[in-house]
Design a protein around this ligand. Sequence first.
Ligand SMILES: Cc1ncc(COP(=O)(O)O)c(C=O)c1O
Length: 494
Amino acid sequence: MKKGNATGGPVASRVSTRGASAGDKERALRPASDAASRIADELRNKLDKLEPGTRLPSVRELVERHGASPVTVQRALAQLAREGRVLTRPGDGTFVASAQSQSVPVDVSFQALALGAGNAGLDIGLSPFASAGHNLIPLGTGYMDLASQPLALLRAASLRAARREDVWSRVPAEGLDPLRAWFARDIGGDISARQVLIVPGGQAALSAVLRALVPAGASLLFESPSYFGALAIARAAGIRPVPVPSDREGVRPDALEAAIARCGARALYVQPTYANPTGAVMSSERRRALIEVARRTNIFLIEDDYARDLTIDGAVPPPLVRECPSHVVYIRSLTKTAAPGLRVAAIAALGPVFERLRAARAVDDWFVSGMLQEIALELVSSPGWPRHIAQLRSMLRARRDAAVETIRSELPTVTLANVPRGGFNLWLALPESLDDLEIARQAELAGVHINAGRVWFPAESLGPHLRLSYAAAEPRELREGVRRLARVIEKATR
Ligand SMILES: Cc1ncc(COP(=O)(O)O)c(C=O)c1O
């Protein structure tokens, strides 16, 4: 096990910083041995007893007092300045900052009336997004952990991007041309850079596309089960999610036609490759059939290709948009492959729908930060990027295999219908008598963060399920997490 963390993973990824102060967060995310942090801790204790405006000892005095270098002392003071605890006036010294105003209780009771009816779907839709608490084994997050992120490449890309003078300027609403061109090349087929929009992450892309294509009150078709985040967007926008049954090969074309006839929907949200949560890959026959139905019935296919780089076995199938750019609105994000904070994704579409999306995106937030786009571009065009993807894949293989092997040996009453060829999702069917929410709650008490499956269903659940993600846990943690889950399930079944 690694030092400093009960679950053996990188410390920072295991620490919940939700609800913590800025100072707490900074402290939680750095190694305890850091000399500057130690000095900052000591000074912080002293600051509490000093009046605002009091001058702190000079850097030279602090250097002597703490036996540290001037650089280390400066770093400690900079840390306190970031927390708002001290103010540095160049040439004058460092002073205790004024205490933050005592919070006076504010009467917000009118808001209940002014806000009106809530949206219950939203609370439940976002529950899997809660990050794992301190020391929980993280089997419930859709983002890779620190150990799997290309931190050195990101650092180098950020430095290169920051050297550009125009990096903070206003950029076109559609995104930077070279980045649009990179996405277009990556998608392939007839898609050109002019048909690509850069957006701040896959979730923002989905939000823009769903709202632009489906009016409030209208129906949107979803495979069942489907990504909870897309369902949450639909519900928030007043769109009615309508489930379409799917089997091992993906959404059933006959059921799709029947659903279109019944509810008049004009679009289907679909993840043909490594679907979240089932991990399923739509067969090539099924892809062809789906496109045929879309052409015949004139509906849009919203293709969420969120895990394209995360292939574990075999080759990744070509995106639907390549086959049928007229009917497919395509979404591709970099966050799963790079890091959750690299909030850059692309929407590709052709024809009037592109114009509508372009206008909608510009109204949403004018444009995506040029700095972030430059970093993304530097990253994906660096020679280290393909190497990172290769490493990520072998990491995912080790994690998937450890999880699947332990599930098979420790969870005899649970059904894992599909071992995914890519992505990070395992969809576990629980015995009918069990309650998925209760199992997830008990698992948390046993130190495991895992998701109850019900939020992945557009309507009623088809039996109790759990979504287990192996994105952020190392093989040893996965084995331990599944063993703990086995004990929870066994107890609940007795
Ligand atoms: C299927 C799917 N689509 C889209 C997203 C959105 O990801 P992001 O906004 O980080 O690009 C996620 C994130 O979990 C996802 O699982």
